[in-house]
Design a protein around this ligand. Structure first.
Ligand SMILES: *Cc1c(COP(=O)(O)O)cnc(C)c1O
Length: 370
C-alpha cells in the first residue's frame, strides 16, 4: 500500500452512487447519511450536476486567474450580498486562509478570536484557528495571534486589538454543536464596538445544509464575511470567501491567489448545485425532513441529546460506543453514518433525502440500538 497512513479508513470500497445510495465493488447497496462529509449536497450522480460537469469538461476546464472567468462572475453574483465580493479557492481550509489574510491585512497585527472545540481546517492558518490539542500539538509552532476562548466568552474577548472573530454557526467536526444565536448577536455587537470583523465559517453549514442558504440567515446576524466549501460543488472541489461590500477592496492584486481556484469546471458544478437548492420548496423540505429525522432519533434507545438544524444532526449515545456503532451500521445494516467522537454520531445526508429514506434509516438504526 503506497498511500500515506494519515487516515483510518473503513474497509469498504464504493464503486458507484445515485441519490442517497452507494454501491460497493460487490454491488451491495448502502444508504448514505454522510454524503462524503456534507459534500454531496444534492446526492450522488445528480443528473443536473453530472450534465453540467460533463458539458463544461468538454468545453473548457481551466484558464487560470490571469484572465476573466465569466462563470466565476456569475457564481459570485449568486453567492454575494449586494455590492459584496467573492474569492474562489478549492477547499474549506483555503477559504479560511483567505479570511484570515483579509482580517490581518485590515488590522495589521490584530488577534483572531476563535471558539474552543472549533474546526477550521488543516493548513497552518486554519489549524492555528482550530484549538484542539491533538490536532495542533504535533505541528508546533503554529501561527501566532489566535485567541481561543469558550463560546460564551467570545464577545468579552473582543477588544481594540482584535482583527476578527472567526466562528462556526454550528460546530460540525466537534459533534454538531449549535452556537446560541444570542451569543452570536453579542459577538456582532462587540465587533461593531471595536471595529473587528465577524467571520462565520459556513464551510459545513452553508449551501442549504441547515434549511437556509446560509445558517446565519436564521440567527439574526449580518456577518462581515463567511467561508464556503464542502456542499458548494456537490463533490467537485470548490471553496469561497464571501465578503460584504465594505470589505470588497481590502485584497488587491498581489495579495492573494490560487492557480486552480474558481476554474470553469468547479464553477459550473456550483451553479448546478445552486440551481437545485434554489428550486422552490427545496429548503422547506430540508427543514421538514431534518425535524422528522431528529424526532425519530429521540425515540431510539441509548440516544441522548439530539441536536442540529435542517439536515445537520448530531446525537450522543449512552452505553454504546459511537465508533462501534459506525462499524456495525456499515457491516450489518449497510448504513453510512459518522462518529465525531467516542459517544457522538453526526448525520449530514444528501439534502435530497426523502422522508421514506429517513424512515428507512431510522429503522436500521433502531435495529442496531434495540
Ligand atoms: C470541513 C471544514 C473545514 C475544512 O475544509 P477542507 O475542505 O477539509 O479544507 C473548515 N471549516 C469547517 C467548518 C469545516 O467543516
Amino acid at each position: 500500500m503506497s498511500l500515506m497512513g494519515n487516515y483510518a479508513r473503513a474497509p469498504v470500497r464504493f464503486a458507484r452512487g445515485a441519490g442517497c445510495s452507494l454501491w460497493d465493488e460487490d454491488g451491495i447497496e448502502y444508504l448514505d447519511l454522510v454524503a462524503g462529509i456534507a459534500v454531496c449536497s444534492i446526492g450522488h450522480a445528480h443528473p443536473r450536476l453530472v450534465a453540467a460537469v460533463q458539458e463544461q469538461a468538454a468545453t473548457l476546464m481551466h484558464t487560470s486567474n490571469l484572465f476573466e472567468v465569466p462563470l466565476q462572475e456569475s457564481l459570485a453574483a449568486r453567492l454575494a450580498p449586494p455590492g459584496g465580493a467573492v474569492f474562489f479557492c478549492n477547499s474549506g481550509a483555503e477559504a479560511v486562509e483567505a479570511a484570515i489574510k483579509l482580517a490581518r491585512k485590515r488590522r495589521t497585527g490584530g488577534s483572531i478570536v476563535v471558539a474552543q472545540g472549533a474546526f477550521h481546517g488543516r493548513t497552518y492558518g486554519a489549524l492555528s484557528a482550530t484549538p484542539q490539542e491533538a490536532k495542533q500539538a504535533p505541528f508546533a509552532p503554529l501561527v501566532p495571534g489566535f485567541r481561543p476562548v469558550h463560546a460564551s466568552a467570545l464577545a468579552a474577548a473582543v477588544d481594540g486589538g482584535t482583527a476578527a472573530v472567526l466562528v462556526e454557526p454550528i460546530q460540525g467536526e466537534s459533534g454538531v454543536h449549535p452556537l446560541d444565536p444570542q451569543i452570536l448577536r453579542a459577538v456582532r455587537a462587540a465587533c461593531d464596538e471595536h471595529g473587528a470583523l465577524l467571520i462565520l465559517d459556513e464551510v459545513q453549514t452553508g449551501i442549504g445544509r441547515t434549511g437556509s442558504l446560509y445558517a446565519f440567515e436564521q440567527m439574526g446576524v449580518r456577518p462581515d464575511a463567511w467561508t464556503l466549501a464542502k456542499g458548494l460543488g456537490g463533490g467537485v472541489p470548490i471553496g469561497a470567501l464571501v465578503v460584504q461590500a465594505e470589505h470588497s477592496e481590502i485584497l488587491v492584486p498581489g495579495d492573494h491567489g490560487t492557480t486552480f481556484g474558481g476554474n470553469p469546471l468547479s464553477c459550473a458544478a456550483a451553479h448546478a448545485v445552486l440551481d437545485v437548492v434554489d428550486d422552490p420548496g427545496f429548503l422547506d423540505a430540508v427543514h421538514r425532513i431534518g425535524e422528522r429525522l431528529r424526532e425519530g432519533l429521540r425515540e431510539l434507545p441509548h440516544v441522548t441529546d439530539v441536536r442540529g438544524r435542517g439536515l445537520m444532526t448530531g446525537f450522543d449515545l449512552e452505553g454504546v460506543s459511537a465508533p462501534a456503532l459506525v462499524t456495525r451500521a456499515l457491516s450489518e445494516q449497510r448504513l453510512v453514518v459518522n462518529a465525531t467522537g467516542p459517544a457522538t454520531i453526526r448525520l449530514v445526508p444528501p439534502l435530497i433525502i426523502t422522508e421514506a429514506e429517513v424512515d428507512d434509516a431510522l429503522g436500521r438504526l433502531g435495529a442496531l440500538l434495540g
